[in-house]
Unconditional design. Structure first.
Length: 314
């Protein structure tokens, strides 16, 4: 059974480890780099299972979460706040993490993990049934492909164009890291900002670092107001600077659900390409949900493998 994994990010790393019994090969278009180097947000997960799967260290923490709205902190969410935050951060309405406020158990994931058996600097150029063609001209035979690359990219490579009437739209995420060197802190706190008039949607105080996530550029005056929401004022800080990191296409604008599922089914049914990870399935999902998704992928591959074994025995 020849399994190929496309993409060496977090999803590709999880897939390579979960499917290591098949000795898959990972192909990544970028040069060798940290798996999560493009991710500026806090990687906090609910379950240690992902860390156990990857064999990386997880730091257990107590995280306190509240909402800042109309100049006040709130410890209880409601429909209005959930929907405002959901539309602002994800482009659609759904139940979000700001509904689980208070102090919760979480784990910080090590961003230094890398996939097994990865060949970097190998972008894909075309697909035939059973063969991936790299831009180098080399052909890679496969039985299954686990793709973590964006759905419109994969679909365009395979079929030459996106499905008619489907528009894939992304937006950048702006992440500011503020080092509060004058503040001694060992807490993990997150405040959500659902107000649609502000570009900031989530801010995390992690030790003496403040991580600001926004849907657009943030002025320094607003950064000072944000620190005040945490009870930190300019007078307590001699100097601070904000390091900006822009995550290109960090926010996915949802497409029609039927069209989304139809695109994934078409890739799987016609080319044995299984979509895995938020970009490949084109849906904002929690990191923890990847465990369930890779379990389903394993079941699909295992059932097909067993079927082929029995067919050959007949």
């Amino acid at each position: 059974m020849k399994i190929v994994i496309l993409g060496a990010g977090l999803a590709g790393t999880i897939a390579s480890t979960a499917l290591r019994g098949y000795n898959p090969t990972v192909y990544e278009q970028k040069p060798d780099s940290d798996a999560l180097s493009g991710h500026g947000a806090v990687m906090r997960i609910r379950s240690p299972e992902i860390g156990n799967l990857l064999g990386c260290n997880l730091t257990p923490i107590k995280a306190t979460k509240e909402i800042f709205h109309n100049g006040k902190l709130h410890t209880v969410s409601n429909i209005q706040l959930n929907n405002q935050y959901s539309l602002k951060a994800y482009g659609c309405i759904g139940r979000r993490s700001l509904n689980d406020l208070g102090t919760v158990d979480r784990y910080l994931i090590d961003g230094g993990v890398k996939p097994l058996n990865c060949k970097y600097g190998n972008p894909m150029n075309a697909v035939d049934k059973g063969v991936l063609w790299l831009k180098s001209g080399a052909g890679v035979e496969y039985d299954w492909v686990v793709s973590t690359i964006p759905m419109p990219v994969m679909y365009s490579i395979v079929y030459g164009e996106w499905p008619i009437g489907v528009n894939f739209v992304t937006e950048d995420i702006y992440t500011y890291t503020i080092n509060l060197d004058d503040i001694k802190s060992d807490v993990h706190q997150t405040i959500y900002f659902p107000d649609p008039s502000l570009p900031v949607y989530r801010v995390t105080l992690q030790g003496n670092k403040l991580l600001v996530e926004a849907v657009g550029p943030v002025e320094e005056a607003l950064l000072s107001r944000i620190m005040e929401a945490f009870g930190i004022y300019d007078a307590q800080i001699k100097d601070f600077s904000a390091d900006l990191k822009i995550q290109k296409a960090g926010k996915l604008v949802p497409i029609d659900e039927d069209e989304r599922k139809a695109a994934m089914y078409k890739l799987t049914n016609e080319y044995n390409i299984l979509s895995f990870g938020r970009y490949a399935v084109w849906k904002s999902i929690r990191t923890d949900n990847l465990l369930n998704d890779i379990s389903i992928i394993k079941q699909i591959i295992n059932s097909k493998t067993e079927y082929e074994k029995r067919r050959k025995q007949l």
